[in-house]
Design a protein around this ligand. Structure first.
Ligand SMILES: Nc1ncnc2c1ncn2[C@@H]1O[C@H](COP(=O)(O)OP(=O)(O)OP(=O)(O)O)[C@@H](O)[C@H]1O
Ligand SMILES: [Mg+2]
Length: 396
């Protein structure tokens, strides 16, 4: 709840999952998507499409795809056409095709078993289900590079050529692939690459004036009238522009600055709140990265955060980190995962840049790993993890 004297009117409008009804400065890209998929309204079942959305961090790829999906869903409803839109972030599934396909099938058959079927089998079940439902489907595979990295050409080939094995049947499954750059597609074989690269929509970085428009629209939804003045929006736009034209960075800054303003009981978001917010948001680490972690990865990070908060040390030995993790598991009433599993977490968290793992000589003999937190204060990480774990457990 937002308190009476808060600068916010509705802070959920600054949440990373909020999709605004309008996306200023993405009208052209939106129209292109509509063009590519116009057959869904005009002649569903007669063709399919694959489109790549590519653009830097925070350029609105996810927001564009989701708002397009929502629009098309309501248009097809009005025309009594059967259509579904499903948005999947491949990174949440570590790029594995099998659980991704399982997730798609469960949108139609909620009790489809999670184990026991290979990707190929699930894909043909999916096609069968779409036939039974007589529906067309657009699946957006967001952060698609993680799927290419994990599964390689073969999986992409299967997905993009599925209709070739269904001669004479209605064409039901289309894709939008989202990537920050096209590097990952270079490792695909030529035919898959050419299938994919026919329809590419590029989202260029936002300039400062565009960021001002985007932020102003969000300020009007999220803040009390007059709580964020023009020069403050200007400053945020400037900072977001310097951060590679990243709209997410600007929106996060606004939210945090609002929090600082409330904590100091200011009636306005002042420039100094923005500056405090900047120093708290580190470019290498985003709330969205933290939010996409699994429950036990969060428990493990919470353990590390507590350890560093309580011990004025720069490093923790992996054994000590595991002990701290077991204590947290007890607190959350969870059974701790195995050492091998923890090690996978460490590797993944290092890849994201949240942890740093190094091999050092052990005190007694052999070698061990030590961990550090390179870019986020332990206190902040603790808060973020506690907050997000409580949310997942459904506690207030
Ligand atoms: N044109 C726009 N109008 C309004 N809000 C926007 C616009 N572009 C981006 N945003 C907002 O900025 C934030 C970042 O956008 P989004 O998540 O779509 O970026 P992305 O390109 O998917 O980034 P990433 O590569 O990091 O996933 C979201 O909160 C989104 O709603
Ligand atoms: Mg995205």
């Amino acid at each position: 709840m937002t308190s009476l004297c808060s600068v916010f009117r509705d802070e959920s409008k600054l949440d990373i999952n909020y999709i605004p009804a309008e996306l200023p400065h993405r009208e052209r890209e939106q129209r292109l998507l509509e063009e590519f998929f116009s057959f869904i309204l005009q002649c569903p079942g007669r063709m399919t499409q694959r489109v790549i959305l590519v653009g830097d961090v925070g350029t609105g790829k996810t927001a564009l795809a989701q708002s397009f999906g929502a629009d098309l869903t309501s248009q097809t409803k009005r025309k009594n056409l059967k259509f579904h839109y499903i948005h999947i972030n491949c990174r949440e599934f570590r790029g594995s095709l099998q659980p991704i396909l399982h997730k798609i099938v469960t949108a139609f058959r909620s009790n489809y078993p999670a184990r026991g079927y290979a990707a190929d089998e699930i894909l043909s079940t999916l096609m069968q289900v779409l036939d039974e439902e007589e529906t067309t489907l657009i699946v957006t595979l967001d952060e698609f590079d993680s799927l290419i990295e994990k599964e390689g050409s073969d999986a992409v080939y299967k997905l993009t050529r599925i209709h070739e094995t269904r001669q004479g049947k209605p064409q039901r499954l289309s894709f939008i692939f989202i990537m920050r750059d096209l590097k990952a597609t270079e490792q695909l074989d030529d035919s898959t690459k050419s299938t994919l690269q026919r329809n590419i929509i590029r989202l260029e970085r936002y300039g400062k004036p565009q960021l001002i428009d985007i932020l102003n629209a969000r300020v009007a939804l999220a803040f009390r009238l007059g709580a964020v003045e023009e020069d403050v929006v200007d400053l945020v736009a400037e900072l977001a522009y310097l951060e590679t034209g990243n709209a997410r960075f600007g929106i996060e800054l606004l939210w945090r600055a609002g929090k600082y303003a409330d904590a100091s009981e200011f009636s306005h978001v002042r420039a100094e709140c923005i500056r405090s917010a900047v120093s708290a948001i580190l470019p290498t680490l985003r709330r969205s990265d933290l939010a996409s972690l699994g429950f036990h990865e969060k428990l493990f990070l919470l353990a590390i955060a507590r350890y560093f908060k309580e011990n004025q040390e720069a490093y923790v030995q992996i054994g000590e980190a595991e002990k701290a993790y077991k204590v947290i598991c007890e607190e959350y009433d969870e059974s701790p995962k195995s050492h091998t599993q923890i090690w996978t977490y460490v590797q993944y968290l290092s890849k994201l840049g949240i942890l740093k793992a190094e091999v050092v000589a052990a005190e007694t003999r052999g070698r061990t790993n030590r961990l550090s937190l390179p870019s986020i204060p332990a206190f902040e990480l603790e808060q973020e993890m506690q907050f997000s774990l409580q949310k997942e457990k459904g506690e207030p």
